[in-house]
Design a protein around this ligand. Sequence first.
Ligand code: CP
Ligand code: NVA
Length: 305
Amino acid sequence: MTKPEQPRHFLTLMDLSPEELRGLIARASEFKQMQRTGTQHTPLQNRVLAMIFEKSSTRTRVSFEAGMAQLGGSAMFLSPRDTQLGRGEPIEDTARVLSRMVDCVMIRTFAHSDVETFAAHSQVPVINGLTDRCHPCQLLADMQTYVEHRGDIAGKTVAWVGDGNNMCHSYIEAAQRLDFSLRIACPEGYDPESAMLEPAGARCEIIRDPQRAVAGADLVVTDTWISMGQEEEKARREKAFAGYRVDRPMMQRAAPEALFLHCLPAYRGKEVTADVLDAPDSVVWDEAENRLHAQKALLEFLLHP
Ligand code: CP
Ligand code: NVA
């Protein structure tokens, strides 16, 4: 098995150039078309993806596992409950060992520094399947979804309503990479990290009032108020975010052709009302499906078969 000296990793959207990102989104739509027409494309025969999940997942696990199978390879699910990682084997050692056995590693965990440490000691590409800091795979699917429904996102206005969390951070990076404006409506105390916001400059703006943030926006996005690992903050968070629920009157302030996205899982009646989530301008099911196609494009890009 030949492995590149310096593997490319996908830990944040900033690991791809704007051109690479656009190419990947276009390729994701090609993969979708192939799936629709039943065209088989199996360039990853005999390749293995290891998937380390330290947090729960439905979409990320299934899309990576199905994607690898469809590309001719295979994927294995590893949880800290069953591996020595859960008993304290260092991340560095795990990275050295796994990357001698498999062709790519996907990690979903808490501290972003853990995926960085893993990548620094891995001989094979490492993919961030969500950390407390960001969720770049989700943004590939989100951007593919917007482009498929409305064309280029460059020059558009996106409103992020809710928590300044990992998804918000990845939107801040997407705005820089794909050239759109991002209005972030979050309550005080729940801002995105300033280290993420600062490089974006005027492109990303915090607007406390969600009604003002969504006015005329081309895309409205939200996410759960309580991310994985924040369960104990539930009561405090639900109080703080009470005015930040995306409902029909709020969507009506957006542009007439505005779309609604949510990475899912969604909590109807909390961050979004059921009528918004289930309306025709909500493209969340396409967004979820696109995880599969976008990640197949990513695997092909990183493993260059
Ligand atoms: N959106 C997303 O990453 O979903 P899962 O937590 O189900 O993987
Ligand atoms: N912000 C959420 C995203 C889930 C896909 C979380 O981290 O739990």
